[in-house]
Design a protein around this ligand. Structure first.
Ligand SMILES: Cc1cc2nc3c(=O)[nH]c(=O)nc-3n(C[C@H](O)[C@H](O)[C@H](O)COP(=O)(O)OP(=O)(O)OC[C@H]3O[C@@H](n4cnc5c(N)ncnc54)[C@H](O)[C@@H]3O)c2cc1C
Length: 468
């Protein structure tokens, strides 16, 4: 029997336009392997909502290719599978989490010791983080010049369809997906996620097509409206590699060309959002402490509070600010939250409550289906003011005005905060001012906006003064 090769699936849970799989398929009969590795990432092992997604995505992928499932440290599992099967090579897609570079080196060494070749491919990003540099050969710290440099590289290319892999029929031990217990422990708060999401490669293709059909025309104007469905909802599919950024990019370009200029503004805006994802990875790659430490070091001594009951109210959507509470409850019920509301909720935690962005990032890590070490860390730091290209420190979202501007009729709030469903429009984002007959069983604001704003500005100014 010929020696097989191993396709090690990671965050690239698809079969099309996948360079590593194409190369494996043309090298020999393929063992398609997925390893559930909770050890290598340590405290950043996949969170609860992510595990729900993973379970369904793996189930879908295993209908297209016979998947071998194993649990353990990736390098150790690869060593055993090579030994058990006599595989001659390992193919995989590069990953950019801080723990992945050392892991990939260990995998290379494992392969070397076993006499197997080790082939690593790109594709998770449009641009390798080292390939985009400023004029002095340094990484970018600011998004706009970074995005310009990306656009200047030209259009991405797809690796192409590739041959269908021929699956190796030899004996190799595989675990049972159901035994992995990937649904959250009781209470199973992810039980309704399936009404919102369709994980897997086909679900990703459908989401992209739906967006082009129904959302793209309105995207430039409407992407900030949580009460509308004008964004793509592609983030979990991109995170899990069920679709690549190049596939999305080229599909949007094709839709723009077909629409004869009508979608140009929205299309460009969407491509720029894809580049925010790239920028987050660029920053993470060059500053791998991003998930743990503030990018702007002057924030290291920021006096974050330690108010556990306040953190819990925020997590449960009981802050008394309807737009924040709607977002936190949407997150719990669906595993996602609209981007505008993520910004408002994150600003509320870090600036109104002075609770560390790390607490918020950890909660999002467990509850978001798109929880992503680069985008989550970079976005939290951006909102808190300590990140790369951060919002100016004096930008403190007013949750009432944000609600009134981006959810003007209160439809989003009414959906997620049903206690307020009968509240008249003029009070929906400030229910504490409503006349007595409209009072609802809804908490008063946990902190008054003017007071919180002044307190946050004082703390932030002290940092600025310290840094000068
Ligand atoms: C506090 C906070 C935490 C966040 N955590 C995550 C996270 O863990 N994972 C994640 O994918 N995104 C995160 N984001 C970014 C953003 O909110 C989501 O990518 C977006 O809401 C996904 O919805 P969509 O796919 O409909 O976006 P669209 O508007 O359709 O955008 C298209 C794609 O561009 C990318 N994108 C858009 N905005 C951003 C952004 N600000 N940063 C990086 N990439 C972006 C995403 O891949 C997205 O799917 C976070 C934002 C904030 C403010």
């Amino acid at each position: 029997m010929n020696k097989p090769v191993i396709m090690w699936f990671r965050q690239d849970l698809r079969t099309r336009d996948l360079a590593a799989l194409n190369a494996a398929a043309s090298a020999g009969e393929v063992i398609c392997l997925y390893i559930l590795d909770d050890e290598t990432p340590g405290e950043w092992k996949i969170g609860g909502a992510g595990r729900w997604w993973l379970r369904h995505s793996l189930a879908k992928l295993s209908r297209d290719v016979k998947l071998v499932l194993r649990r353990g440290r990736s390098d150790e599992v690869l060593a055993s599978v090579i030994q058990e099967t006599g595989a001659s090579a390992v193919y995989f897609t590069r990953d950019y989490a801080p723990w992945s570079a050392p892991l990939e080196l260990r995998v290379k060494s494992v392969c070397g010791k076993a006499g197997a070749a080790c082939h690593r491919f790109g594709g998770y990003l449009l641009h390798e983080p080292e390939s985009i540099q400023n004029g002095s050969g340094e990484p970018y710290r600011v998004y706009t010049p970074f995005s310009r440099a990306c656009f200047a590289t030209g259009e991405p290319r797809l690796p192409g369809a590739g041959a269908r892999p021929v699956i190796w029929q030899g004996a190799v031990r595989s675990e049972n997906l159901d035994d992995w217990n990937l649904a959250p422990a009781q209470p199973n708060w992810a039980s309704q996620f399936g009404t919102t999401w369709q994980p897997g490669e086909e679900g990703a293709r459908i989401a992209l097509a739906k967006f082009i059909e129904n959302g793209l025309a309105e995207y430039a104007e409407g992407r900030d409206r949580p009460d509308k469905a004008f964004t793509s909802r592609l983030s979990p599919h991109l995170h899990w590699g069920e679709i690549s950024p190049a596939q999305c990019w080229l599909a949007i370009r094709a839709a723009m060309a077909k629409a004869g200029g009508r979608f140009d503004l929205s299309g460009e805006k969407f491509l720029r959002e894809i580049l925010w994802r790239e920028f987050s990875y660029h920053i993470l790659h060059h500053w791998p402490t991003l998930p743990e430490l503030p990018f702007r070091r002057e924030f290291a001594d920021f006096p974050w509070g330690n108010d556990a009951p306040a953190l819990q109210k925020w997590q449960q959507g009981l802050t008394g600010y309807p737009i924040v509470d709607a977002g936190m409850r949407e997150l719990w019920a669906t595993g996602t939250m609209h981007n505008r509301v993520r910004m408002v909720a994150a600003s509320f935690l870090t600036k109104h409550l002075l609770i560390s962005w790390r607490e918020g990032a950890k909660w999002f890590w467990d509850t978001l289906v798109d929880a992503d070490i680069a985008s989550n860390s970079a976005s939290w730091q951006w909102v808190a003011g300590c990140g790369a290209d951060a919002a100016p420190y004096f930008r403190i979202f007013n949750p009432v005005l944000q609600g009134e501007k981006f959810d003007p009729d209160g439809a989003y709030v009414r959906r997620w905060v049903p206690e307020l469903s009968d509240m008249p429009r003029e009070y929906i984002h400030r229910p504490w001012q409503a006349p007595e007959n409209f009072k609802a069983a809804y908490p008063a604001p946990m902190v008054e906006h003017g007071f919180a704003r002044a307190r946050a500005l004082l703390a932030l100014k002290q940092i600025k003064a310290g840094a000068a």
